[in-house]
Design a protein around this ligand. Structure first.
Ligand code: F42
Length: 147
């Protein structure tokens, strides 16, 4: 534990910070849509700073399971939060007004391939983002804690 442990560090990216503020003011992720599609809000711990990070992502859900897709608009590097989840996979996810605890596990192989079409069905732009970048866009399965 460090003195910074429970400090919240807002995203340095203006539009993302604004969207997090909208969700928190409304008390529901329904306050934000991207291209008419819903989002969820992940809360995690920064791997180096120990601070609380809040990351909105597209809502990818199938049979009650969620996947977090590290597309970051098809940028050349994984988003920083990818490394946060690898270092400390315990997160909370808010969907609508409901917040629950999950553990994030990066998908590989057949599991990755099974989820990718579901991710693209939830947000078709992911397919375009994958074409833009040489990296393989990561997917994390979010497994519910204590259910
Ligand atoms: N991003 C996606 O990747 N996928 C999505 O489906 C997605 C949807 C989405 C919907 C709404 C919205 O508002 C944003 C959306 N985003 C989506 C963008 C997403 O929320 C992130 O902004 C994006 O993925 C980039 O993530 P990032 O972690 O690279 O963000 C950077 C800009 C950032 O926050 N940097 C921080 C900073 O201060 O520079 C550091 C963050 C951090 O976690 N630092 C760590 C720490 O310890 O605090 C470690 C730092 C290190 O060097 O290891």
């Amino acid at each position: 534990m460090t003195p910074n442990d429970d400090e919240y560090a807002p995203s340095p990216t203006g539009w993302v910070r604004t969207q997090v503020e909208k969700i928190e003011a409304a008390g529901t992720t329904a306050a934000v849509k991207i291209m008419g599609r819903p989002v969820v809000l992940l809360t995690m711990r920064g791997a180096k700073s120990g601070k609380i990070r809040k990351v909105p992502l597209m809502r990818i859900e199938h049979n009650g399971l969620y996947v977090a897709v590290g597309s970051d608009g098809g940028s050349s590097k994984h988003p920083v939060w990818y490394h946060n989840l690898k270092a400390d996979p315990k997160i909370t996810l808010q969907d609508g007004e409901i917040t629950k605890e999950y553990v994030a596990r990066e998908l590989e192989g057949a599991e990755y391939d099974k989820w990718w079409p579901r991710s693209v069905a939830g947000f078709p732009q992911y397919a375009e983002y994958q074409k833009k970048t040489a990296r393989k866009i990561p997917q994390f399965l979010l497994e519910p804690v204590g259910q």
